[in-house]
Each structure stands twice: as structure tokens, then as C-alpha cells.
Write a protein that binds this ligand. Sequence first.
Ligand SMILES: Cc1ncc(COP(=O)(O)O)c(C=O)c1O
Length: 287
Amino acid sequence: MTIAYLNNEFLPLEDARVSPMDRGFLFGDGIYEVIPSYGGRLVGAHLHLNRLERGLREVQMDIPWTRDDLLDIFKELLTRNGNGNLGIYLQITRGVTPKRGHAFPEVVRPTFFAYAFDIPAPPDGNIDSATLWTVSTGEDLRWQRCHIKSTSLLGNVLHMMEGVNAGASEILLFDEDDFLTEAAACNVFIVEGSVIRTPALDHQKLAGVTRDMTITTLRQYSDFKVRVEPVSRADVLKADEVWLSSSTKEIAPVIAIDGRVVGGGVAGPVWAAAQTLLAQHRFDTFE
Ligand SMILES: Cc1ncc(COP(=O)(O)O)c(C=O)c1O
């Protein structure tokens, strides 16, 4: 039985109830996070909380919970759910309103919902056991505030379905000038020889915690060159390796783009080196 947390109470997930007048339900007016954990230890907790706080500031929402309150709730959720390989999903919305209206209500009592869900065992950089990803490509048609981790994810949902309908498991998105932004639910890296490239952050990309951890780890512990710079569609299509990054996957090798094989259809050696390093340092460098 999954134990969730809703507005100051731990309870079975199936018993958690939110009013249909909650602005999260009516408008997608909320901010969320996903934080991975292995054996009861959160990965990159403070990086996730930094982004949560930035997001709340962007949407002008104050919350009554301190960082320590949030960490206490997460630790309790992990314990109550067995301290295995668990992701914490949390969302904070602008609460329940008596009357539907776009403008913020005068009195806001945010709704805080969190629960824990099973995630795969921590990836270790082993080529033989890597989970391999296929992707399609498409034009990024989302809004201009993709840097906010908002619960308004319909744009991402529709892009993900474009990928799924094309027989892929993710989709790489390109802007109107055919430069890479990100994927529907991941950031993206490419490898050319010993150079690893990923686009710079702006309003069209989420500042992925895994992206950040990957760049920091590679710069600190490897001789690979990491360049944060524009990446064109042509760069992606001729890359030696293409990776997705996200909290529940860490670094994930892509083996086909629009049905064309990348990197010989296997996880590449640079991926193996990068994911091995991240596995070694995910706790000591980022906790
Ligand atoms: C649109 C988008 N970009 C990037 C990411 C990766 O972010 P993180 O590494 O913090 O999980 C996500 C994660 O869900 C995402 O939804």
C-alpha cells in the first residue's frame, strides 16, 4: 500500500482527496518536483529544492513549509514506503478557491500533495544492463515558460504522445530554427569524440537536476570536454552518442532517432564512463 502525504497528513494514496475547486485541477496552477532516492537516501535533494523555490517565486506562490519541513516529510514518506528505490513526487498548488477565476484569490492556502513511487534500481554504467531508448523528433510547440516546472504539462504530454504514436519512447524537440531544446520529459546531450555537448538553459528548457549533476561530475572527475552551446538537428543526427537525462533515469542512451540507428544501436563508451562516474558521485557530491 502506498502512503501519501496531503496537507499535513500521511494517509493511504487511495484515500487522498482534493477538491475539484483546487486551482491545480482547474488551471494546472502549481509547481512540482520529482526527487529520486535509493535505500532511503535522496539524490540531489537540495538541487531539487532550489528549483522548487525558484519555481514558486516565478509563479508568486508563498508556502508555509521550510526546507527542513519538506525534507522531514520526504524522509518520513520514504520510511513509510519501505526505503527501497523510490521517487518522491510532490506538487504544490495555489489551493482551493470558492469561485473559479483566473486571477489569484486573495487568500491562498496551498495544497501540498506528495507520494512515493517505485523507480528502477540505480543505473551503474554497465553497457549490458543499460536501458536503451528510441526517440522521434518534432518541433517544440510548448509555451515560452518551459523553465518553470509547472504542473501545466499538456504541451509536454502531447509531444510525448507524438513520440509514442511514432513508435518511440521519447521525442527530441527542436525550435523553429531547428536547434535542440530538450525532450518531452528529459534534457538531451550529444557526444562527438571526447566532446559532450548540451544546449544552454533558457525559457525553452527545464533546468534538469540530472543535467546539472552530469555536467558537474564530468567536469570535476573526467577529462571529457563538456560544452554548453547550441546543438543543431544536423549535430544530433551525426553524433556518436545521444543521451537523455532525468532524475529517474539518470543518463540514458538513445539508440535510434526516427528509426535511424545511433551509435551502432548500443549504449556507447562515453555514456558508460559518464554514468559510471555519476553512480560513484551521486551521493557524495550532491547530497
Ligand atoms: C521537460 C523536462 N525536461 C527535463 C527534465 C529532467 O529534469 P530532472 O533531471 O531534474 O529530472 C524533466 C524531468 O521530468 C522534464 O520534464
